[in-house]
Design a protein around this ligand. Structure first.
Ligand code: SF4
Length: 352
């Protein structure tokens, strides 16, 4: 069935097929991977309008009654950890800070699955005012999206002049004891000349910086492989200012390859998601803000858990659909393969 909801077309199946699936509670797929890392998008709203992620006017709003409630999110996270083998949970968006009940969501998850690390990907705008409360509720780590420390460049790229708020948010996260604070920067031609300045700033602030190759998940569908900055180009730029020594990946499913900077201990990472894809070791499963389970960033095949929750399904029934969704996960994104089509939902609508 193909449906078009809030301008976001997706293929939504009722029940995924389980043919050939081994009898295991975990989220296994046909390629031998096991998903243990849950990404939960909790809103499509954002305080910035990064050109590679969102259209200027923002994403179409999800009607309030289609958004998962705090209680529904807590129920699904609890089920994922207790029944499906998920070991780490990361809240994303949109921008998670746009939800006023973020503390309630995190506190509820912390109470339900106390040993599970809870993390958040954020743009850090306004974080300084909430990070203490979030840490007290149970948030353990933040990854901050920051592409440049040039104020004018930041304002151009995000269409908002909020760099100082982001930097204050990062400092406040450190002060609140969230560690490590990781900074994620998308590799773009516009910001490449400032990449070494960004690394310098992160080193001075005690942040772990990772650069990420841009993926075709932009709202304007302007991504083109020929325009991409590759890891090799970035290494040339950084190498002109810093001594870089490759140390590889800490574990096979970790997306970043890392380099020691100036002899260490500080490092810089590169997530070469397009040119050196790590799909073969992918351990992710995703929930969208409107309650769909999605096995891969690039697959438009979604399964509707929200409707199951709201029609009285048991945890066992919800878990069965989730397992089936992941059993049918694709091998990988296929960027560069003949016939590749980017997903209908943009990064901001899936959750990064
Ligand atoms: S593209 Fe899909 S399979 Fe590849 S790493 Fe991302 S989510 Fe995993």
């Amino acid at each position: 069935m193909t449906v078009v909801l809030m301008g976001l077309p997706a293929v939504r199946g009722g029940r995924p097929t389980l043919d050939g699936r081994p009898d295991t509670p975990e989220l296994v797929d046909k390629f031998g991977r096991v998903a243990r890392d849950l990404r939960v998008s909790i809103t499509e709203k954002c305080s910035l309008r990064c050109t590679y992620c969102m259209p200027e006017e923002g994403l179409p709003a999800i009607p309030a009654d289609e958004l998962l409630s705090a209680a529904e999110i807590v129920r699904l996270v609890t089920l994922a950890v207790r029944e499906l083998g998920v070991r780490e949970v990361r809240f994303t968006g949109g921008e998670p800070l746009m939800r006023r009940d973020l503390e309630e969501i995190i506190g509820g998850c912390r109470a339900a699955v106390p040993g599970t690390p809870l993390a958040m990907t954020t743009n850090a705008v306004g974080l300084e005012h909430r990070v203490r409360g979030l840490a007290a509720a149970g948030l353990r780590r933040v990854n901050v999206s920051l592409d440049t420390v040039d104020r004018a460049g930041f304002a151009r790229l995000t269409r908002r002049d909020r760099l100082t708020s982001v930097q204050a948010g990062i400092r406040a996260a450190h002060a609140a004891g969230l560690a490590p604070v990781k900074v994620n920067a998308v590799l773009m031609r516009e910001t490449l000349s400032g990449a070494a300045d960004l690394l310098r700033w992160c080193l001075d602030e005690g942040c772990e910086l990772r650069f990420i190759e841009e993926m075709p998940l932009d709202a304007d569908h302007e991504w083109a492989r020929a325009n991409m900055i590759t890891a090799a180009e970035l290494l040339d730029v950084l190498g002109a200012r810093f001594a870089l020594e490759p140390i590889g990946r800490s574990d096979p499913s970790a997306p970043a390859e890392t380099w020691l900077v100036d002899g260490g201990p500080a490092t810089v990472g590169i997530i070469a998601s397009v040119t050196r894809s790590f799909c073969g070791d992918c351990d992710r499963t995703r929930l969208t803000a409107d309650g769909m389970v999605r096995s891969c960033l690039f697959s438009d095949q979604e399964y509707d858990l929200r409707s199951l929750l709201r029609t009285g399904a048991s945890d066992a029934e919800v878990a069965a659909v989730w397992r089936g969704a992941m059993w049918n996960k694709w091998a990988g994104h296929g960027i560069g393969a003949a016939g590749f089509v980017p997903p209908e939902r943009t990064m901001g609508a899936i959750g990064g």
